[in-house]
Structure formats: C-alpha cells, structure tokens
Design a protein around this ligand. Structure first.
Ligand SMILES: [Zn+2]
Length: 205
C-alpha cells in the first residue's frame, strides 16, 4: 500500500498547506502584537479613565481654580456626592460626580485647557477628555447626547465653552439624563486618560 503523503499536486494537499500557512501567519501576527503590547509600543486606550493610584480629595491648587460646575444652570446646593458609590454590582467604585439635568442641557468646560480625546463607546457613551493648561489635571465628561458642533481633539477650550449636551449614551438609564463628571490627577502626560481619581464634589461645597 502506498504511503499517504501531502502533495501540492493534490487538492487535499493544497488545502492542507493553505490551512497550515494561514495558521502560522495568524500565530505570527498575534504573537508580534502581543510582544508590542508587552513592550508598550501599542497603547490600549480604555473606554473610561484609568485609576493609577488610590482616590483622593482635591488639593488646594485645584480648589484655588474655582472650577465651573460643568452643567449650565446647576446650583451647588443641588449636587449630591456619589463619588464613593458602588458601581457594576459592587465590582468598582464610581469615582465621579453624577450631575442630573434635563436632556440637552449644555455641558461646559470647567476651566481653560485642551481637548485631548473624544471617545464614543463603553459605559461612558459619548465622552470628552480635557486637560488643564498645565496638563496636571484631566477632566472627563460622559453620557453626552452629542458633542458641540465642531468640537475636535487638540482644540483649545476656555472655561465655560460648550463641549456638548447632557444625554444618556453609554450605560446611563434612559429616563435619568445626567453628566458623569470625573477629575483625575494625570500620572503620565503621554496617557492623559489615566491618573489619580479626585472627588469633584468638595470643590463646590
Ligand atoms: Zn456616573
């Protein structure tokens, strides 16, 4: 009986060779990507800001800035502190301030700075990442209905500029429009979505 061999001259042989070549190529591509990831050459940007260290209270330098409440027409007395609330069934801590408002209410820049990221996806929905002028603090605005017309990454903004409008994108309940607003002390300027979470609520007491 003739020994069975895979030959490129037979159809099954061709198919087998194609499958093997495809598998080798896939492993090589995935492997190389993993190597790049491990080296930090490819940046995986998260949907939400990443905490680089334990959360904290605002320091005097942040208090001195007199940040604007980022939703038009909202009075300090109507704010409720929900920074330490459990989220995702207790899997994580909120680390932000939810500001309830009517859908479509303008969302305002809390201070001068620059838009560093516009991201649509994940729990935050339509989001804006802003850095202050010095790059020390990052501000994250989430669940927007939409962006302000023409808003772009890299754009400079002034305190009070409209960034977008209150909505329920992402995981916000459809019947409870609000702005999810977070402050974080940036750990690495190259990763302006990552830092130490700061409770915004004490700034407006
Ligand atoms: Zn929230």
């Amino acid at each position: 009986m003739a020994r069975r061999t895979f030959s490129l001259h037979t159809v099954p042989g061709l198919i087998a060779c194609g499958l093997v070549a495809g598998a080798v190529l896939a492993v090589a591509v995935i492997g190389w990507r993993l190597v790049l990831l491990a080296r930090g050459a490819i940046e995986v940007m998260p949907d939400e800001p990443e905490a680089s260290s334990a959360a904290g209270e605002p320091q005097p330098d942040l208090r001195e800035r007199s940040l604007l409440i980022p939703v038009k027409g909202v009075a300090p007395a109507s704010l409720t502190d929900n920074f330490n609330d459990a989220r995702a069934g207790g899997l994580r801590v909120h680390h932000a301030l939810d500001i309830m408002a009517t859908r479509g209410t303008p969302v305002l820049a809390v201070e001068d700075g620059r838009i560093v990221r516009l991201h649509h996806g994940g729990a935050g929905g339509i989001t804006v990442y802003q850095l202050d002028g010095s790059g020390r603090y990052g501000y994250y605005y989430a669940h927007l209905e939409r962006y302000a017309d023409g808003l772009a990454e890299g754009q400079k903004v002034t305190r009070g500029d409209v960034l977008g409008y209150v909505g329920t994108t992402g995981n916000a309940p459809p019947n409870a429009p609000h702005l999810h607003f977070a402050i974080y002390e940036v750990a690495d300027p190259k990763r302006p979505w990552r830092g130490r979470p700061i409770d915004p609520f004490p700034l407006w007491r």
